[in-house]
Write a protein that binds this ligand. Sequence first.
Ligand code: OGA
Ligand code: MN
Length: 292
Amino acid sequence: MPDADFAIHPVSPTLGAEIRGLALSRPLGPATVSALAQALDRHLVLVFRDQALSDADLVRVSRHFGPLDKAPITENGRLHAPGYEEVYVISNITENGRPIGALGAGESVWHADMTYLETPPYASGLYALEIPAEGGDTGFLSMFAAYDALPDALKRRVEGLSIKHDSTTNSGGCLRQGFAPPTDVATSPGTVHPLVIAHPTTGARALLLGRRPHAHIPGLSVAESEALLDEIWEAAVRPELAWHHRWRVGDLVMWDNRWTMHRRDPFPNGQRRLMHRTQIAMPVARRLTGAA
Ligand code: OGA
Ligand code: MN
């Protein structure tokens, strides 16, 4: 691979790797692109530090991983960077009294993006333009490691179950536009997926949890579902399995949304945080192929 001249440094035992030696503001050759796609498959989260990316660069780099979605509609409307409908703004900054981005300064709970869709996004890229002095770290969790952490008896209980992913509320706890607050998780809107999915080539099992609030396991009463989900989350979503990224301006972090969850720590709202983000649609070949 003559043009794939970068080094891969894993950042934790379960997921994540820093890619060193690439300036993403320059064009990437095909061997580099395919080596990066393989690195993302293998490490699930890629970190590129000290980048200087325009929105055009961010879009170009992201498109190497697949076609991009347009910025989604958020609690504050559709917020994209000027001139780039694919560049979604995550920020607590307001201009003329109006938010310029989504998610504010609060905590964003553990989640995978948009798993309330039949076909959720494959991956995302988050690029740091302004970073608060404290807080605002982003944590990542391998859902293979989360599955492996379940006690055997719980692995047997979750086998074959499905789970409804709530579509009413975002990861910051805000209602999405057009939805009412759920009153009964058994009937509230959402999409049902298998709770355990298997990697198409390795066969490794992973949990597909989406997020905890308003989830429901079809076929169980609300009380049974809540109890089982609490047990799964307690066993699987363990702080010691997660890896947290402490941001610097110029970092690009890409994650595979199928096999990971992420969360964000809150930060002081008096400090500015500005991220530009792309979202890569799920290529047919990478679709979650169903239950394990
Ligand atoms: C996201 C997200 C967390 C963060 O962009 O999907 O959850 O750290 N962001 O901004
Ligand atoms: Mn997210």
